[in-house]
Ligand binder design. Structure first.
Ligand SMILES: [Zn+2]
Length: 341
């Protein structure tokens, strides 16, 4: 009997402990990156970018197909092929027009998560569906397998360990695809490594006005980062100050070739903003974005070719699949998708 009592007390203590732990867990605010990072499909509402590139979310996002006539999406398992329809349409247009310029096709890297928001890993920005990474590696003339898209490494444009472009890798076609992208009025900025900016500064002749949009930044020697401005219909989107009108080849660029930008931070490292952000840090509209219904399928909100989005009139009828020029893809998307890598 006494032994039974002890058992009961132990059990009660255990249950009490678990309850207390549960309450504590419930009272801790969940991280926004966890909530957004696990969404598989977009919010099926009118497209809108809410907040800022590094602090916000996306409603009414669409995906770019895994394959198009002039592009292939990379790292498909990440499920970051989602963007504001204006950005996704722009990537399709760039792929087509760059192909006419002689670029064999785009390898499309990360855009955004289905509903945007902070990511479980990687980028600080890419949160509102207006940022896209495009590899400097041209598309091969064959369709890559799922496994290759996960594992193939991008090629750095730099000489190893330097801030200088490797002329064996850099070609006039690389400059041309950047010029093409910078020429679109929707594009406000293109982030590239300072070494690449320098290369353009040293070599671009004729019209140099587009160089103002080419902005030096850390990283970005494997891919360039296209950023469009706030689209119409996004009153909650916070614009970024326009870059200075100059070509940016003077003093601003010189700073990148000093020690300062590359000096390791002193003292204890602060956690990255995206790693601590809760919903309270994001625009209020992002709660509704999280809770909004999903579209009936990914295919219904995937742009496959130049004919435009196979739209699912959001909140309306089934999409007119017949209007889409290409099958979306016959590449199986891995399920379940790993949350991230
Ligand atoms: Zn980027």
């Amino acid at each position: 009997m006494r032994r039974d009592m002890t058992r009961w007390m132990r059990l009660a203590a255990l249950v009490g402990g678990l309850l207390a732990a549960g309450v504590a867990a419930a009272s801790a605010e969940p991280l926004a990156k966890t909530l957004f990072g696990h969404k598989q499909l977009p919010a099926a509402t009118a497209p809108a970018a809410h907040g800022f590139y590094s602090k916000g979310c996306l409603a009414g996002g669409i995906a770019i197909a895994v394959d198009g006539p002039n592009w292939q999406a990379m790292r498909v398992s990440r499920n970051r092929r989602w963007g504001h329809p204006e950005l996704v349409a722009l990537i399709e247009r760039l792929s087509r027009e760059a192909a006419r310029d002689g670029w064999p096709g785009l390898l499309v890297g990360d855009i955004s998560q289905p509903r945007g928001g902070p990511m479980l890993s990687g980028h600080a920005s890419h949160q509102i569906g207006l940022d896209a990474d495009i590899w400097f590696t041209p598309m091969p003339d064959r369709r890559m397998s799922v496994a290759e898209r996960e594992s193939v490494s991008a090629v750095s444009m730099l000489k190893p360990g330097t801030l200088t472009v490797d002329d064996r890798k850099w070609t006039p076609a690389h400059a041309a695809v950047l010029r093409r992208a910078a020429g679109y009025p929707e594009v406000e900025r293109i982030l590239v490594h300072p070494g690449i900016k320098k290369k353009l500064c040293d070599t671009v002749t004729g019209d140099r006005s587009w160089l103002s949009k080419i902005r030096p930044f850390w990283g970005h020697h494997y891919h360039f980062h296209v950023r469009i401005g706030c689209p119409d219909g996004s009153p909650g989107c916070r614009a970024q100050a326009a870059p200075p009108a100059s070509d940016g080849c003077g003093e601003q660029l010189a700073w990148w070739f000093t020690e300062e930008p590359w000096r390791p931070a002193e003292g204890p490292q602060k956690p990255k903003a995206r790693d601590v952000m809760t919903m309270a840090a994001l625009p209020g509209a992002c709660r509704a974005v999280l809770e909004a219904p999903a579209p009936p399928s990914e295919a219904a909100v995937t742009l496959a070719g130049p004919e435009g989005v196979p739209l699912l009139a959001y909140g309306g009828a089934e999409p007119a699949r017949a209007s889409v020029g290409l099958p979306r893809t016959d590449i199986p998307v891995p399920q379940p998708r790993p949350a991230d890598r």
